[in-house]
Write a protein that binds this ligand. Structure first.
Ligand code: ACO
Length: 436
């Protein structure tokens, strides 16, 4: 069967160590289309998009050590239903006293979200604000394309509207046509930064940061792992795009088989369109995403209806927000999962907030703290633990690692193929604890 979140996490955390986890989910809310629909398409009316935010923080020795922010978008239409997992931010504080494998930890969080039944989110959905006819932020039949796009551009950086109409609606298995085999998508934008969630943590000399190239490879290993273990090999496409780099080079550098196990990888993205198509109708709009910010910028510059995908990707790389020569990438997966996503999270492993405000408030105990010294990370732990207990009688999820100490691989001369190493050469790690 499907594993609970603590089973999944325990398997990648070292044996003999205890951890605690904060897992917040905000209330599912109806939202705008992820990709701007072409003004001519009829599809639009029967599409419903629901947005959900997840926030995970892992604590060890009463210190926040790793955090991950993810958005899930469910798109329901008469054609097919899609669950899109947008990985927004991953960060470490650098205050962990033991060595953790953050890549493996990140992978199991994604495995968990892949396994979650979309209907889990659809039991209570906050509708989009009902706006009156004079509302200028509404796109109507008569609204010009230019104007519509301006409105959309503003929406990109707005979280779902504060709700005037608080009637929640819900969707059942019948409403989705009994469809259980949703299309699952994963997408992310890899860009290294000093600190994404643990503000000031880059001042901690012990924090390990990956550069652009390393980060790209780090994510590729995680996502390729998921493609191999969780997706149907006959029904999945995996895509990598490095803005500013041509197809041949990306293919030779990253998709030559050294980095990936799956043979479903190609250069490109999962949002369709060819180089000559307008970018605006193919680039998804996610919160706090450089791709979306650039779309908005094109609207402001009045170039949105002229910029094709080829120009868009080329110019994106030249944007000021990317430090010169830092490698960024867009990674995407689309396909059917091996196992039908039917997991229903239990009460222990998730705290579902009853409002966006509550979600932001609790999240800010972690992401609003200063991490330039160890105090901050201890404070965030005490604050979030006490707040949850006093206010909601809710405890952080306790975890004990079950992963055995690692076996260190011998250093291999660069001419030797990795697969050629006989297993007998493996040596136990020097620091491995003696068995008690
Ligand atoms: N010294 C030397 N090497 C180290 C150290 C260290 N202190 N810590 C980890 N490593 C090595 C690991 O051994 C591993 O090497 P291997 O693959 O050869 O075994 C490699 O670095 C990766 O280690 P992980 O534990 O998997 O990952 P890491 O601790 O580097 O965490 C992360 C990855 C979260 C990206 C971290 O670098 C970080 O916090 N960066 C700053 C924020 C950031 O850029 N986030 C990513 C944004 S993109 C996005 O989120 C969509």
């Amino acid at each position: 069967g499907t594993h609970t979140l603590d089973e999944l996490l325990a398997s990648v955390l070292p044996r003999g160590h205890d951890f605690e986890l904060l897992h917040l989910q905000d209330e599912p809310a109806q939202t705008h289309d992820i990709v701007t629909p072409m003004p001519t398409t009829q599809e639009r009316a029967d599409t419903l998009t629901v947005k959900i935010q997840h926030f995970f923080t892992l604590f060890h020795n009463k210190k926040a050590v790793f955090a991950l922010e993810i958005y899930v978008y469910l798109t329901l239409s008469s054609l097919h239903n899609t669950k899109l997992i947008f990985v927004s931010k991953a960060d470490t504080s650098g205050y962990c006293d033991i060595k953790l494998r953050m890549g493996d930890i990140t992978k199991v969080f994604l495995q968990y979200l892949i396994s979650v039944d979309p209907l889990h989110y659809l039991r209570k959905v906050k509708p989009l604000r009902r706006v009156n006819d004079h509302d200028e932020s509404l796109i109507r039949k008569g609204t010009s394309v230019e104007r519509s796009l301006r409105i959309l551009a503003v929406r990109v950086d707005l979280s779902p509207h504060p709700c005037q109409n608080t009637d929640k609606f819900y969707i059942t298995r019948n409403d989705v046509g009994g469809d259980t085999n949703w299309v699952t998508k994963i997408c992310l934008f890899t860009r290294p930064a000093d600190d994404y969630l643990f503000i000031g943590s880059s001042k901690n000399a012990k924090k390990h940061k990956l550069n652009g190239d390393q980060l790209l490879k780090w994510w590729m290993k995680i996502i390729d792992g998921l493609v191999c273990t969780d997706f149907d090999p006959n029904n999945v496409s995996a895509r990598l795009r490095v803005p500013g780099e041509d197809t041949g080079r990306v293919s030779r550098t990253y998709l030559n088989g050294d980095l990936t196990q799956s043979n479903n990888w190609q250069v490109g993205d999962i949002f369709g369109g060819t180089g000559n198509d307008l970018a605006v109708f193919h680039v998804p709009l996610f919160p706090d995403d450089p791709k979306s910010r650039f779309i908005r910028h094109l609207v402001q510059e009045n170039r949105i209806m002229k910029t094709n995908l080829k120009t868009y990707w080329m110019e994106l790389q030249e944007r000021q927000e990317f430090k010169l020569s830092v490698i960024v990438s867009v990674i995407g997966v689309e396909g059917h999962t091996k196992k039908i996503p039917d997991y229903l999270p239990n009460d222990r492993e998730i705290f579902i907030c009853s409002s966006r405000r509550q979600f932001r408030y609790i999240r800010s105990y972690v992401a609003g703290e200063e991490y330039d010294n160890e105090e901050g990370t201890l404070e965030s732990y005490v604050n979030v633990r006490d707040y949850l207990e006093l206010r909601y009688s809710k405890k952080l999820l306790k975890l004990s690692g079950t992963r055995e100490p690692e076996i260190r691989k011998p250093v291999v001369a660069s001419t030797t193929k990795r697969s050629a190493i006989p297993v007998t050469l493996l040596q136990p790690r020097k620091k491995a604890k003696p068995a008690k």
